[in-house]
Ligand binder design. Structure first.
Ligand SMILES: O=C(CO)COP(=O)(O)O
Length: 250
């Protein structure tokens, strides 16, 4: 049975005290659900504090990025080893904002994925097409290529540490969501692509999250689709009430 996951990507939002208040509210409101994982990904500066705060709960704290090298002269960067040293075992890689604003391409992401897996971290690997790709009807090709170039170098055993997040760029922060049917269609395609490159068992076991303007009002319908195993939530993860409502919808 695939794990259901609701993950909150806080992006560059919250100072430490706001992060503390938000996490405390989540801890109070979260009723543990069988086979469901809740993840929050705050900014780097809050990781250790929130890891300590949530230590005895079922809320997992993740990083939003990491560098591919283990250490060295890379001013401003953070390595997998550093994340692990403050209790962090999960990292988001390949987010469209990293791809667009920080020019992270498939090759670099492949290196980051390898570096994270080597340190036995879990990776939430993000990908998704731009509006233009969908209009040109090249969105399936694009997604296939993002998976092949950034992820399909990993070994079969590594898949147990991979969660996928399909995030169509045109739906991120825009209020526009992919319809549940569009999400299902792409998630089924992703599973088929994995089955062809690896095998059906791996495709059947990997959790695939949908991300892009998921809100309490639309979460249930999106999550009801058979190949959608949860969500990666941006804006709505910054309000405890909304995030809890989305978790309740899984
Ligand atoms: O980018 C996202 C999560 O990583 C989605 O953001 P929004 O939920 O704000 O559209």
């Amino acid at each position: 049975m695939r794990k259901k996951i609701v993950a909150g990507n806080w992006k560059m939002n919250t100072n430490l005290s706001e992060a503390d208040v938000l996490t405390t509210a989540l801890m109070k409101g979260y009723d543990r659900k069988e086979n469901t994982e809740v993840v929050i990904a705050p900014p780097f500066t809050h990781l250790y504090h929130l890891y300590e705060l949530t230590r005895t709960t079922n809320i997992e704290v993740a990083a939003q990025n990491m560098h591919q090298a283990s250490k060295g002269a890379y001013t401003g960067e953070i390595s997998a080893d550093m994340l692990k040293s403050v209790g962090i075992k999960t990292v988001i890689l390949g987010h469209s904002e990293r791809r667009a604003y920080f020019h992270e391409g498939d090759q670099l992401l492949a290196e980051k994925v390898s570096a994270a897996l080597k340190e036995e971290m879990k990776v939430i690997f993000c990908f998704g097409e731009e509006l233009e790709d969908r209009q040109k009807k090249t969105h399936f090709n694009l997604v296939e290529s993002q998976l092949k170039e950034g992820l399909f170098h990993i070994a079969i055993d590594d898949w147990q540490n991979i969660v996928l997040a399909y995030e169509p760029v045109w739906a991120i922060g825009t209020g526009e969501t992919a319809s549940p049917e569009q999400a299902q269609e792409m998630h089924a395609f992703i599973r088929k692509t994995i089955a062809e490159a690896y095998d059906q068992t791996i495709a059947d076991h990997v959790s695939i999250l949908y991300g892009g303007s998921v809100k309490p009002a639309n979460a249930k319908e999106i999550f009801s689709k058979p190949d959608v195993d949860g969500g990666l939530i941006g804006g709505a993860s910054l309000k405890a009430e909304d995030f809890l409502a989305i978790i309740a919808a899984i």
